[in-house]
Write a protein that binds this ligand. Structure first.
Ligand code: ATP
Ligand code: MG
Length: 563
């Protein structure tokens, strides 16, 4: 982002502030998650913007837990959020804050507003408040309690704080304008009574601030310069500004950007919680989830997620980003970093009839052709091998160039093998493929220059490790899974085949010491990550992604969509 043309609209606003010295040329942002769920890829976009701007301008970015709603929040979420931000590669250093630490200050500011005659205690209940609010086309009506004297307001507020009233019996409201065309300005509620235990403040409070009150004040207390949020808060900005102006305290600039929407993906915490609670997925970190923890377990590298976030751009209009665009960055990164090995997902045995029974050769195989420092390893080769069932056809169809009777193909790094026949069971199913090998083709090259149209991957039967593989498909089968017919909920769009488990796969022995999170490219099959559910006797690999890149194709059809 070195030149002007590469700057997004937020940077242009910051540049303007720097020019007219609005914030002394400081940039101080914050990422403000509510700890009521795990972070997802949409949050990653926000994290990348907030921490990214701070870095770009030599400023700071705070982590602030927006924990003002006691009923849905939990320390499990707080811990997972910290873990995920760190894993993504961002650092709040010592600047971790909790909105709940400001409850006392929020309370004082409310008193200040009341003293200025700009807030009042209302006895209307929620239903009545709604009725009095009016509509987009109709002005609201003043509450009969709007003109309560300041002294009485102060006294009642204190009693509210002391727990003297039941839930919902009173509220504190800002006194703004019941006929404002912006409904948010029609005397919004800023405190409600709620006798609930908070995960950090316990039973200390029985009044809790509303989001529109807590958020600008938290920004102000932390001296945030640019308070970046998603578009749905645009209509709340006049209120944000009103509070800070009337309280005469540090005034951050709210800036709204378009949230990330991703095809075939749900990014609403409320809906993600439902998938977890109904056991539709195995948890927040199920590899099919769009959560950061799900992606980590799936094998997505943090760098790929950062690159994706940087390349989708920042704009002021909502759009739907293709999931293939994210997958493109995952492949780009894994191609550079993951070692290649061989494994077979759907095995059938090959017997090399002219290869000695007890002989084992250790064949040199390249670890990663993209990384010249990665070297080679020894892969055992012997008389019996596994190959993929799909790599053999007894009666080959047109354009099938792999193994079939009478045909010679290359076995990667090893030899040229020719199929001489098959063994079948009594039902006629092929149980074994018989081959001969040409000892002159060691290393997989024929000295006479003859070629093979196919190269197969393989593993030695007696050396192979048996593993379990989980194959993942899209969790939803609709491009926008939130669209449903009336009366249906989004789960109708779940893909019933999003997970397929293969229990008898074989892999070369070099993975013996693999650790949870290690990622390999299985040649021709995709990228696979060792899952935390593995035991020493049963290693479980998740397929991160296949090798086929559909993004380039989409890009061709749709070349400017993401700029
Ligand atoms: P959800 O709609 O999933 O419940 P939220 O906005 O309530 O999300 P918060 O924890 O309040 O979740 O979000 C923290 C920050 O992340 C906010 O600044 C919010 O605007 C931003 N954010 C949330 N979802 C997205 C998204 N899809 N794209 C970009 N930013 C997002
Ligand atoms: Mg929110």
């Amino acid at each position: 982002m070195k030149n002007e043309t590469n700057k997004n609209f937020i940077m242009l606003i910051i540049d303007e502030h720097n020019e007219n010295n609005r914030f002394n040329k400081q940039v101080h942002t914050r990422f403000p998650p509510e700890p009521n769920g795990y972070l997802h890829i949409g949050h990653a976009k926000s994290i990348n913007i907030n921490f990214g701007l701070a870095k770009e301008y030599g400023g700071l970015c705070n982590l602030r837990f927006d924990d003002t709603n006691p009923s849905k929040e939990d320390t499990e979420y707080v811990d997972s959020i910290m873990k995920d931000i760190k894993w993504l590669g961002f650092n709040w250093e010592d600047r971790i804050y909790y909105a709940s630490d400001y409850f006392e200050q929020f309370y004082k500011y409310a008193v200040k507003l009341m003293n200025k005659g700009l807030a009042y205690i209302d006895d209307l209940n929620a239903e009545e408040i709604r009725k009095y609010r009016g509509t987009l086309t109709e002005a609201g009506k003043d509450s009969p309690y709007r003109t309560r004297p300041i002294e009485e307001n102060l006294e009642l507020f204190e009693k509210m704080k002391n727990g003297e009233f039941p839930d919902g019996s009173k509220t504190l409201r800002a006194k703004i304008d019941m006929s404002s065309p912006n409904l948010n300005m029609r005397d919004p509620v800023i405190y409600r009574i709620l006798h609930a235990k908070h995960h950090r403040t316990g039973d200390t409070w029985c009044i809790y601030p509303m989001y529109d009150w807590a958020h600008p004040l938290s920004d102000s207390i932390e001296k945030i310069t640019h308070s970046i949020c998603t578009l749905e808060f645009k209509d709340h900005r006049p209120l944000y500004d009103w509070f800070l102006e009337k309280l005469e305290i540090h005034h951050s600039q709210q800036i709204e950007f378009a949230r990330l929407n991703l095809s075939y993906t749900i990014l609403s915490k409320r809906k993600l919680i439902m998938l977890v609670n109904k056991n539709i997925v195995s948890g927040w970190d199920d590899p099919r989830m769009p959560t950061i923890s799900g992606m980590r377990r799936r094998g997505y590298p943090p760098k790929a997620i950062r690159e994706f976030c940087s390349n989708i751009g920042v704009s002021t209009s909502n759009s739907l980003v293709d999931i293939e665009f994210l997958e493109y960055f995952v492949r780009e990164e894994l191609n550079k970093t993951s070692p290649r090995i061989m494994g077979v997902l759907n095995p059938i045995k090959v017997i090399i009839t002219n290869y000695p029974e007890d002989k084992v050769e250790y064949i040199d195989a390249v670890n990663n052709p993209e990384d010249t420092t990665s070297g080679t390893r020894k892969v055992p080769f012997s008389r019996e091998l596994y190959i993929e069932r799909e790599d053999f056809m007894e009666e080959p169809v047109k354009k099938f160039y792999r193994l079939s009777p009478g045909r010679e193909v290359r076995f990667r790094y090893a030899y040229f093998l020719t199929c001489t026949g098959v063994n079948k069971d009594e039902k006629g199913n092929i149980t074994e493929i018989l081959c001969t090998y040409d000892p002159e083709t060691k290393g997989g090259n024929a000295p006479d220059g003859r070629r093979s149209k196919a190269t197969l991957h393989w593993v030695s039967v007696k050396h192979a490790k048996k593993i379990t593989v989980r194959l993942y498909n899209k969790l939803f089968n609709q491009k926008d899974p939130s669209i449903t017919e009336e009366g249906e909920d989004f789960t109708i769009n779940l893909n019933p085949r999003s997970l397929e488990i293969l229990n008898e796969c074989y892999i070369e022995p070099s993975i013996e010491n693999a650790k949870t999170g290690d990622i390999y490219q299985l040649e021709r099959l995709g990228y696979f990550v060792l899952d935390k559910d593995s035991t020493p006797d049963n290693k479980i690999f998740n397929r991160t992604i296949t090798l086929r890149d559909t993004w380039k194709k989409i890009q061709k059809n749709n070349s400017q969509a993401h700029k």
